[in-house]
Design a protein around this ligand. Structure first.
Ligand SMILES: [Zn+2]
Length: 450
């Protein structure tokens, strides 16, 4: 049955308008001030009075932990949390077990997702120093890109940003989108030694921001950027965490013409180093949470378009894995369920306009990945939509958390907004706390040339 959404304020492509949206099958059939329905047909009518209709959020950086790390999360549990948070499509990282370093292992992940994912999905091909030829075989129309993100946890070679010779080879030969984690291993190692001499194993978590510090991020990003510019590589920087790095990016080129793009993550836009004293390991991420000046600078860089998109880097660990001293507690945390609500909270605080939220979380993600027929509320596009209530608050509490790991860095937070319902490919998959798990998401498709 077709669905008509009435009385919503539609936030799309720089405007907020009173429009009706007709969904037929998987797609948006019609968008107009007033839509006349066929009296011979039956429709599901949704009265969205008081609600805003947004294109579904597209999150280009998640770690759903499937396969091999399913005690932390899996594609089913985390995609359920994602749609409850208004995320309709995700792109997942290769540091699953086994690491996604062959095309066969990559396709196995797509198969798992086709059976388990409630949201639409794509999986990055992993790149390490030992699988260049294999990684270059990646099918650009059916895979979002190649990345090293997270793989450094499982090998001794460290982050690829530290190997300029290898990056020269990769960048000169690749014709797909490459996304990298950019931090300098030597700087981090030296800082670690310094603080270890001072504190032993009991380094206060505050110093995470000075171990994985501004210079570690800046130097690596600067180095990678210069190689990418030389080769005109289609390069995307994940999770930029400092104002100094953000200043390195261009904001004079339209989004579709940019060869180099950058992202900020929800946690770097929300927390600052003053939160370590109360939250400790809970906010231990790599790259680290930096100063309030960096947080504000990232926000400013989103508004002035030096930074193009917002992602989550959703990376669940069990409560047990987040315990212990500085060296024992793992880095990363779950975010997909509350990412949109957190950014909408920043809207309420006057830090970002609503149209910009949609631009950075949906439109621009679709643009930089050349995603087909998603990311906008347009006739003919897939009906990936989210209805939000900006005036109905939501409390982050243990019984509302859908992540398998059962905790959130936002625990106890009262968000002013809530997600009312989420559509994936025209199907109402989430409504007021209930998830329909019968209908699965689809594999994302991309334009060939990026
Ligand atoms: Zn990363």
């Amino acid at each position: 049955m077709d669905t008509i959404i009435r009385n919503a304020k539609v936030v799309n492509e720089g405007q907020i308008l009173d429009l009706e949206v007709l969904i037929s099958g998987e797609r948006i059939e019609k968008i107009a001030r007033s839509i006349t329905l066929d009296p011979a047909k039956k429709y599901i009518e949704i009265d969205a009075t008081g609600l805003h209709l947004l294109p579904g959020v597209i999150d280009d950086q998640v770690h759903f932990r499937d396969p091999g790390l399913n005690h932390k999360g899996d594609i089913f549990s985390e995609s359920v949390a994602a749609v409850a948070g208004g995320i309709t499509s995700f792109m997942d990282m290769p540091n699953t077990i086994p690491n996604t370093l062959t095309q066969v292992l990559l396709e196995e992940k797509y198969k798992i997702a086709s059976e388990k994912s409630i949201a639409n999905y794509s999986f990055f091909m992993g790149i390490s120093k030992n699988n260049l030829e294999e990684a270059l075989k990646t099918d650009t129309e059916n895979v979002c890109g190649i990345t090293d993100d997270g793989l450094y946890f499982n090998n001794d070679e460290g982050i690829l940003a530290n190997y300029p010779d290898f990056l020269e080879q990769l960048f000169s030969r690749s014709n797909t989108l490459i996304a990298l984690h950019s931090e300098d291993d030597t700087i981090i190692k030296n800082n670690t030694l310094r603080f270890k001499q001072q504190f032993g194993n009991e380094i206060p978590f505050f110093y995470h921001s000075q171990i994985r510090d501004e210079q570690a991020c800046f130097k690596a990003t600067q180095r990678v950027l210069s190689i990418a510019k030389k080769h005109q590589t289609r390069l995307h920087f994940f999770h930029i965490s400092t104002l100094a790095e953000a200043e390195l990016f261009d904001n004079s080129t339209p989004i579709r013409e940019k060869r180099i793009t950058a992202e900020a993550c929800v946690h770097h836009l929300w927390f600052s180093d003053s939160d370590y004293d109360t939250l400790g390991a809970t906010i231990k991420w790599n790259p680290s949470i930096k100063t309030e000046q960096d947080r504000k600078g990232l926000m400013q860089s989103l508004l002035n378009n030096k930074i193009d998109i917002i992602a989550t880097d959703h990376a669940p660990h069990t409560k047990e894995e987040k315990k212990g001293n500085y060296f024992e507690a793992l880095s990363g945390g779950p975010l997909v369920q509350h990412a949109l609500l957190a950014i909408l909270e920043l809207f309420h605080r006057g830090e970002i306009p609503l149209v910009k939220v949609v631009e950075k979380m949906s439109h621009n993600v679709a643009e930089i990945y050349r995603l087909k027929e998603r990311g906008y509320i347009r006739e003919g596009y897939y009906a990936d939509l989210v209805l939000v209530d900006l005036n109905k608050h939501e409390v982050v509490s243990p019984d509302s958390i859908l992540y398998k790991c059962q905790w959130s860095p936002f625990m106890g937070q009262i968000f002013k907004s809530s997600v009312s319902s989420t559509f994936v490919n025209g199907n109402l998959v989430y409504e007021k706390g209930l998830v329909n798990t019968n209908i699965k998401g689809k594999r994302l498709r991309f334009e060939k040339i990026r």
